[in-house]
Design a protein around this ligand. Structure first.
Ligand code: BTN
Length: 247
């Protein structure tokens, strides 16, 4: 089903919403548009990405017409908390559109059960940011290396979901969480993330940081949004980045 960008434009009059059928990565197009002077709030959405980017140089599976692949230019305070705020916004939009309950795995994974349904990638652009959000919407299945870890909204509900409605809900949620961040700073976002995420506290996990693998129990977030881990030797380590997995 082709993406009806007019439906999204009608919901956000005056906002620059740029739609591509096929693109390398919406992150690259968003950076290009920012350099051309497109304003904060500009949205880039694609039906397919040939070089979708995930965190830590991973590839984001971006097959045609199945997912929501979107980047948004933002003028907000940049830091770890922004990724958490975008995760909350994405989970809220998914729940609004599907009634599915999401979990959040620090820092950027949106899960249904134990499987990943969406991911967040934030890139800095001077004092501003590009928020990249990928949501698995209508994928009927995933190729073998991803199948154990990934799910889609369709696989969870048995229904096809309209990407346009999901994007409208997502942009509303992003606007609302970004206003919260600008007005209230980190504390309300940290509170909400800690409440919404089963990973924030008392979860036994492993964390891969480069070639180091550490294990322990999560012990809440610090004031900047980093994850505290009580390691098996009893010491607390602050996790600044890394892949967190349940044990
Ligand atoms: C992750 O979980 O590793 C982050 C995935 C982010 C994927 C989105 S899809 C839209 C935007 N364009 C990209 O190339 N990546 C982000």
């Amino acid at each position: 089903m082709p993406f009806r960008v007019e439906t999204v434009c009608r919901a956000f009059p005056g906002r620059r919403i740029v739609h591509f059928e096929r693109v390398g990565s919406t992150m690259i197009e968003a950076a290009r548009l920012a350099e051309e002077g497109f304003p904060p709030g500009t949205v880039v959405v694609a039906d397919e990405q040939t070089s979708g980017q995930g965190r830590h140089g991973h590839f984001w599976h971006s097959e045609l017409d199945s997912g929501l692949y979107v980047s948004v230019l933002l003028q907000v305070p940049v830091g770890a908390v922004l990724t958490l705020a975008l995760g909350l916004a994405t989970a809220e939009a998914i729940t609004r559109e599907t009634d599915l309950r999401c979990d959040l795995r620090w820092p950027n994974d949106i899960l249904i059960g134990e499987k990943k349904v969406a991911g967040i990638l934030v890139q800095l652009l001077g004092s501003a940011a590009i928020a990249g959000i990928g949501i698995n919407v209508n994928h009927p299945s995933f190729p073998i290396p991803l199948a154990a870890e990934a799910t889609s909204l369709r696989m969870e509900t048995g229904l096809r979901h309209e990407r346009e409605n999901l994007l409208i809900a997502l942009l509303r949620s992003i606007d609302s969480f970004c206003s919260m961040l600008v007005q209230g700073g980190a504390p309300p976002i940290l509170r909400m993330f800690s409440h919404a995420s089963s990973y924030a506290k008392s979860k036994r996990v492993s964390v891969r940081m480069g070639d180091r693998l550490i294990t322990g129990i999560t012990d809440g977030l610090d004031d900047a949004g980093f994850l505290r881990l009580r390691k098996d030797d009893g010491l607390i380590e602050l996790i600044l980045a890394g892949g967190v997995r349940p044990l």
